[in-house]
Design a protein around this ligand. Structure first.
Ligand code: ZN
Ligand code: ZN
Ligand code: FE
Length: 334
């Protein structure tokens, strides 16, 4: 059973996918031999050699041809078809690793696949939004450790992005400028929260961070989606992403967990929007997890443990430390 259910209290769609309850949980080392993303797996038998590959999600939250919801036959309860696509981007044949353990040319290939996926799925008539994200680490609840990202092609614009669009529009009405263009310009000038900068992208711990080590990667050029990035831009994007994951691992002194969310313009329509990538770190110091709890889940109120302008120093220090030994770093840590 696949369907979208409307929550009328918070006005959001919930994806109901019954079969996802049975998906595997964190294969142990013993099960590594049966990793579905390692070369030789049945899913990959048809490929002789590959370095990045897109596979259908075996436990999709959305499918192209869902059954029509039967509904509970009451106007209180609204549902619609969970029509979409769920895919997995396997980023390397290696079972372990992260962006920074892959070479820069390899991560550039991954970025090109992200761009192709965004464009391919955006063209589907029923797709309103392509959500490209990466969950990493057992702390985040990742069921497979083999490096991979996920794509959800959704039949609606996600609330977080819709809220950003509203902000871009209101800001433009007031100031005649793009909100993120102005943030980039300001952060480049004051340098209170910058962590890393290359020719095309600025990485900052935002003034408005919700997670202790949250990092945002903003293109300096005004682009709405990954689609508008040239090959050269994608190389600098790959570079910025490698530096973020290397910085996290250095900061925690181990393979760091994180969530990466690409925020692209919706697949349809034309809105004011500035493409960016957000990274959330579940730790509040190298040993302690920050849990989203009563305040965050119960009320959507985030408390920031510390001061962003102080915490940024820890990230800068880690960034400087990795700069010399990550190889292929194109920009400069603050
Ligand atoms: Zn594997
Ligand atoms: Zn802009
Ligand atoms: Fe965003």
């Amino acid at each position: 059973m696949h369907e979208l259910r409307w929550n009328p209290l918070v006005r959001q769609w919930i994806i109901v996918a019954a079969h996802r309850a049975v998906r595997p949980w964190r294969p142990t080392d013993k099960e590594r031999a049966s990793c579905p993303f390692c070369p030789g797996a049945p899913e990959l038998k048809h490929l002789t050699s590959w370095d990045v590959v897109v596979l259908p999600n075996k436990y999709p939250a959305l499918i192209p041809h869902p059954e029509t919801p039967t509904g509970w036959r009451h106007p209180l309860y609204v549902s619609k078809e969970a029509r979409g696509v769920a895919e997995v981007i396997v980023e390397t044949p290696e079972h372990e690793g992260d962006f920074h353990t892959l070479t820069l040319p390899h991560v550039l290939k991954v970025m090109k696949v992200f761009k192709e996926e965004f464009e391919k799925l955006s063209r589907l008539e029923y797709v309103e939004y392509v959500a490209l994200f990466r969950n990493k680490g057992k702390e985040i609840g990742v069921s497979l450790s083999h490096p991979h990202s996920q794509v959800y092609a959704l039949p609606f614009i996600p609330p977080r992005v819709a809220s950003e669009i509203k902000s871009f529009e209101e800001y433009f009405e007031k100031h005649g400028r793009c909100l993120i263009c102005d943030i980039v310009e300001h952060e480049q000038a004051v340098r209170d929260r910058t962590v890393y900068e290359n020719e095309e992208f600025l990485t900052i711990l935002p003034y408005y961070a919700m997670w202790p080590y949250e990092l945002h990667v903003y293109p300096k050029k005004h682009v709405k989606s990954i689609s508008e990035l040239s090959e050269k831009d994608l190389k600098f994007l790959a570079d910025a992403i490698r530096v973020v994951t290397a910085t996290y691992s250095r900061l925690l002194k181990r393979d760091a967990p994180y969530i990466m969310a690409m925020h692209n313009h919706p697949s349809k329509g034309d809105y004011l929007y500035h493409f960016h990538i957000e990274f959330y770190q579940p730790y509040r110091d190298p040993e302690k997890l920050k849990y989203a709890a009563g305040s965050e889940w119960g009320y959507w109120v985030f408390t920031y443990d510390g001061i962003p302008e102080e915490r940024v120093k820890e990230l800068r220090q880690a960034c400087v430390e990795i700069q010399g030994n990550t190889g292929d770093v194109l920009g400069k840590c603050e």
